[in-house]
Ligand binder design. Sequence first.
Ligand SMILES: [Zn+2]
Length: 194
Amino acid sequence: MDVVDVGPILVNRENPVPAGYGDSIDIVNVEVEEGFSVPVEREAAQSYLQMKRYFSALGVRFELLSGYRARQTQERIWNESVAEHGEAHTRCYVAQPGYSEHQTGLALDLTLYDAQGDRVEDDDIEAYGQLFPHLHGFGFILRYPAGKEDVTGYPFEPWHIRYVGTEIAREIYENDWTLEEYVSHVREKSGERR
Ligand SMILES: [Zn+2]
């Protein structure tokens, strides 16, 4: 059964970015600060900017820390982490080159600011939690939720979101799924039809 093209692209510890995928991504630069921009897939970038305006009106400010990464960039991050923290730590927290969702251009790392303009700590669940119920309205999902570590293969990352489009994002949010669970649901359904 050919299941390769069913559902949105799934990149995780078992599923690498397909060969040649990176050549066809439509990447745009999102301005973050003066003289600094982050490359993101075009549709994801447009939705991100809409979401940013929406939150800004609510008094919530965040910025893009990371978007699209070329394979070479992921290699550098991997090597630097191994040098600094060792291989065991790196395997837990860093995707191997070829296996990072950031190579699709659809994964974004956010950094959140509090009302005083200070950067919120990465593990401040309460602060990041105010974003979660609104992500799907803009086509994003929280990619590595708490309690799903065994499914995603990654620890809880409240700052890492993934663009899948509003329809899929809503279904994932309403069912409390991960992308892995959504994809196996879709594959099961498509298998039943054959
Ligand atoms: Zn990330």
